[in-house]
Structure formats: structure tokens, C-alpha cells
Design a protein around this ligand. Structure first.
Ligand code: CA
Length: 240
């Protein structure tokens, strides 16, 4: 199916949002709400056309349903991540933890649980797009443990000299921890640094991203080389 365009109210300077949802009525409601807020919106109704639209439309953010014809949202997420830094907001089924974990590990930045109100979705889209950038917050060289190098300007991470491929959210999470090494940061501290203070939702999102980040860093939660769990507080990056 071909992606469908929804006329934006203001085109100039508007962020582009791609809505990927195979239920046309729901896709239309979400797209109309976003268009009313000034976003340029495109709809894709299946996996393959979502990837094609992401290439061609170059969205700043993708609202991505998991259950899709063609191939599913996880695959869409992985494919989009291979060429785009667009924020990905996943639509997940209620209470399905494994979907959230897998979606975030595939490179999604946040999730909204179905069923959701369109206003909530719009608020989450705006919160993601307003997210502070780690690079603007941390011009100082970061103090990192041996074997871990973070280049905030280049947005690259090296483990023992090898480049690690992190999603934008994983990078910002790691940079937030590295900004205050050997300091236990609470989940709210981390959310404020990575998602912005206006973000609201499930604080568990931090744990899910930490899990994905640890996997990529080859870090063992029970005997961490880099990221320590601080019981009943949050997380800390070792400085040495
Ligand atoms: Ca669906």
C-alpha cells in the first residue's frame, strides 16, 4: 500500500512524523492530531512501505505499531535504525513487557501502551522531539573507566578501541551517566537528563534501556565493568 499524506497546517520548519499503523482509522486519527499541531505527517500501513517512507520522507520521528503486515514493527525499527537517527515511538500492547524490551533493544526510544488517547501520544511525540541533546549539555571531556571512550561531539563510543553501535537514546543514557561518574543517579535524574523534565510515563523505561545498553557494552549486571546498579536508587558509571 502506498503511504498516504495528511496535509499539514504549517509546512515550513515543521518536524516530519511518519505514522506506521495498519489500522487505517487509528492511523488517520493520530495523523490528524499531529497535523493539527503543525507536524508534517505521512502514514504507512505496512512494514515495507514504512521503511520506504522513512527513506524518502526523512522523518524526525516515527510512530511505530508493532503488529504490521509485511514485516513487523521490530523489523521496521531495525531497518530504519540502519540509516536513520529518527526518534522511534513504539505502540505496544498493554502490559506486554517482552514487546517493550525487544522494541527498545531494536532501537525504539520510547513506547506508548495501547489503547492510548491521541492527546497523550501527541504529548509524547513533542517530549521526544524536545529532548535535550547530550552534546549540548556536556562540552567537558567525560571521565570514563578504562576501556570505555565516549566522544560527545562525534557521538561515538569505543569499547577497548572498537566502535559500539548505540541508538541515540542509548548514547544519551551513557553520556548522562558519564557526566557524573561514580555518582548514583536515580531513575528520575536519568529521565530528566535523557528524556527531559517534561517527560512523563513509566520509569521502568530506564531499566529497559540500561539492559539494552549493557548488552551492547558487553557489561555483566552481576559483575559490572562499567554500569553499576545502585540498589533502590538507580545506576552509576564507574570512573575507574
Ligand atoms: Ca497493528
Amino acid at each position: 500500500m502506498n503511504p498516504e499524506s495528511v496535509p499539514p497546517r504549517h509546512t515550513e520548519g515543521a518536524s516530519r512524523v511518519l505514522v506506521v499503523e495498519d489500522e487505517p482509522a487509528l492511523a488517520k486519527v493520530v495523523a490528524n492530531y499531529l497535523a493539527r499541531e503543525g507536524f508534517q505527517v505521512r502514514i504507512a500501513l505496512d512494514g515495507p512501505s514504512a521503511v520506504a517512507a522513512a527513506h524518502e520522507f526523512e522523518p524526525s520521528l516515527v510512530v511505530l505499531d508493532l503488529m504490521l503486515p509485511g514485516f513487523d514493527g521490530m523489523e521496521v525499527c531495525r531497518r530504519i535504525r540502519s540509516f536513520s537517527d529518527a526518534y522511534i515511538l513504539m505502540l505496544s500492547a498493554r502490559g506486554d513487557e517482552s514487546d517493550k524490551v525487544m522494541g527498545l533493544a531494536a532501537g525504539a526510544d520510547d513506547y506508548v501502551v495501547k489503547p492510548f488517547g491521541p492527546r497523550e501520544l501527541v504529548a509524547r511525540v513533542k517530549a521526544l522531539l524536545r529532548r535535550p541533546r547530550a552534546s549540548s549539555l556536556m562540552p567537558e571531556p567525560l571521565q570514563t573507566p578504562p576501556g570505555l571512550d565516549i566522544d560527545v561531539l562525534a557521538r561515538t563510543v569505543l569499547i577497548d578501541g572498537s566502535l559500539v553501535d548505540l541508538t541515540p537514546t542509548e548514547f544519551e543514557l551513557l553520556a548522562a551517566l558519564a557526566a557524573r561518574p561514580d555518582t548514583a543517579l536515580s531513575r528520575s535524574d536519568i529521565i530528566a537528563a535523557v528524556w527531559g523534565s517534561s517527560w512523563y510515563g513509566d520509569q521502568h523505561i530506564v531499566d529497559v534501556h540500561i539492559r539494552a545498553l549493557r548488552r551492547k557494552l558487553g557489561d555483566d549486571a552481576s559483575d559490572p565493568r562499567f554500569i553499576r546498579t545502585v540498589r533502590s536508587v538507580g545506576y552509576a558509571l564507574r570512573a575507574s
